[in-house]
Write a protein that binds this ligand. Sequence first.
Ligand SMILES: [Zn+2]
Length: 129
Amino acid sequence: MKMQINEEELKKKLTPEQYHILREKGTEAPGTSPLLHEKGKAKFSCAVCGTRLFSSDAKFESGTGWPSFDQALPGAVEFHEDNTYGMSRTEVTCATCGSHLGHVFNDGPESTGKRYCINGACLLMQKES
Ligand SMILES: [Zn+2]
C-alpha cells in the first residue's frame, strides 16, 4: 500500500518542474541539476515524501548530465518496465510514495554495474559532516 498523496497540496510544495518530473514522469534538462557537481558526504531523499533513497557513497560522475548512483539504499526504490519512447528501460520510483525518480541502466562503471540515472529535481540533499 503506497502512501496517499494529496496532489493539490503537493503542487503547492513543489516547483512546477519538480511536480512534472515526479508525478508525470518527466525528465529534467541534462546538466541543469545543482546536485551534479556535489561531491560532499550527503544523503539524498525523495522530494515528495522525504524517504532516504541514495547515499553520496554511491554517487559518481557519469558524464550524462544527470546525477548518477551505482546503487540505491536497500528497499528504498522500486523498478518498473518502461517501454515508452520506443526504448526498453527500467523506471525507478520511490518505494514509499511511488513518485518517478529516473531510470536504471546496466552499464555502470562501478562495482555494482548499475547506473541509476536520477533527476536531481526529485531529490532533497542533506549534507553530512
Ligand atoms: Zn517518495
